[in-house]
Design a protein around this ligand. Structure first.
Ligand code: SF4
Length: 317
């Protein structure tokens, strides 16, 4: 099997209790069948407590039900997972253990990437000197499904197209996607902001932010160039990395999910535009925009939009 993954996959290390975020908060982490079996065999009060904190998501999958304030019920006051403390890493479901990594498998190909919802990854990602490198590794011991000839051809074609886009992101003086997503007023802005009405919000993050963000659109559009010119080099670099992140993350996974490439590209461009405007909004509020602000804005977007399939499909249009 051919595996592709960015270099930051190897560099990343979860900082656990030192993390200022709690990745488990607000999400319903899936429980895979093997983990469900393990939980069903834990005896006594502890087993009963664990099982009482499981629920079924809308799609019918078993998951951990968030506790008070959206926190995972297994987190202690130091933000450490009580399940790991007591039983070790093997007790975790695949979704918990793998976060912020995710996998797209299609035929004999696998893309592994990481989510910017994790701010520790954001720190690695935005503070790096050079652009991310995509590693390719062939593992002869793992054989994926053999795809019909046409699907295999489409996969190869999509990988080539994706690589072409990534080359182009770095080959121009302005970025490929931001020329469309724009540093200046975009005709889509009003329409994009109207989509906020239909989005799901995790209560503790985005709901209130979205209201004032939306109300600031005229000012954001007016001062967008000023924001850009104030930090042109950094903004271009950060948004090139972000462009690559979205292209790498969605071009193959959307092919596997049957999403047309036009919809994928809409999502990439609109995400960049929304992150750009949210960055400008942060700058207006704080009076400065440093790398920590960039990490935070990308984290909020990823958490609120990328980790919610309904929100992704709304932004895709
Ligand atoms: S957000 Fe990232 S660094 Fe923080 S606890 Fe979760 S995986 Fe670890």
């Amino acid at each position: 099997m051919l595996h592709e993954y960015p270099d930051y996959l190897d560099e990343f290390e979860c900082i656990g209790g030192r993390c200022t975020d709690t990745c488990c908060a607000g999400w319903e982490f899936d429980i895979d069948p093997e983990t469900s079996r393990i939980y069903s065999e834990i005896p006594g009060e502890e087993g009963e407590y664990i099982r009482s904190r499981l629920t079924y998501a809308e799609d019918g999958s078993l998951c951990i039900s968030p506790g008070e304030g959206g926190r995972c019920p297994f987190l202690n006051e130091n933000n450490l997972c009580e399940l790991i403390l007591k039983h070790g890493d093997n007790i975790l479901s695949d979704a918990c253990a793998e976060y912020p990594r995710y996998y797209t498998d299609i035929g004999n190909y696998e893309a592994i990437d990481m989510s910017l919802s994790c701010m520790e990854l954001g720190r690695l990602f935005f503070t790096r000197d050079g652009r991310p490198t995509v590693y390719r590794k062939v593992d002869d011991d793992i054989e994926g499904e053999i795809l019909p000839e046409e699907e295999e051809k489409n996969l190869r074609k999509r990988i080539n197209e994706r690589d072409g886009m990534i080359r182009e992101i770095y080959s121009k003086s302005e970025t490929l996607f931001l020329n469309d997503a724009g540093f200046t007023k975009s005709e889509e802005d009003e329409m994009l902001f109207s989509l906020f009405d239909d989005l799901d919000y995790y209560h503790y993050l985005f709901g209130e932010f979205a209201k004032s963000f939306r109300a600031s659109l005229p000012e954001l559009q007016e001062r967008s160039d000023e924001f850009f010119l104030g930090r042109k080099e950094d903004i271009l670099r950060w948004f090139r990395y972000l462009s690559e992140y979205f292209v790498f993350r969605y071009t193959i996974s959307d092919l596997a999910a049957g999403v047309p490439i036009e919809a994928t590209m809409r999502f990439v461009k609109r995400s960049l535009r929304l992150i750009y405007l949210a960055s400008c909004f942060e700058w207006l509020k704080k009076g400065e925009f440093e790398v920590d602000n960039m990490i935070y804005v990308a984290h909020v977007y990823s958490k609120e939009i990328e980790h919610n399939l309904k929100n992704v499909s709304i932004i895709r249009g």
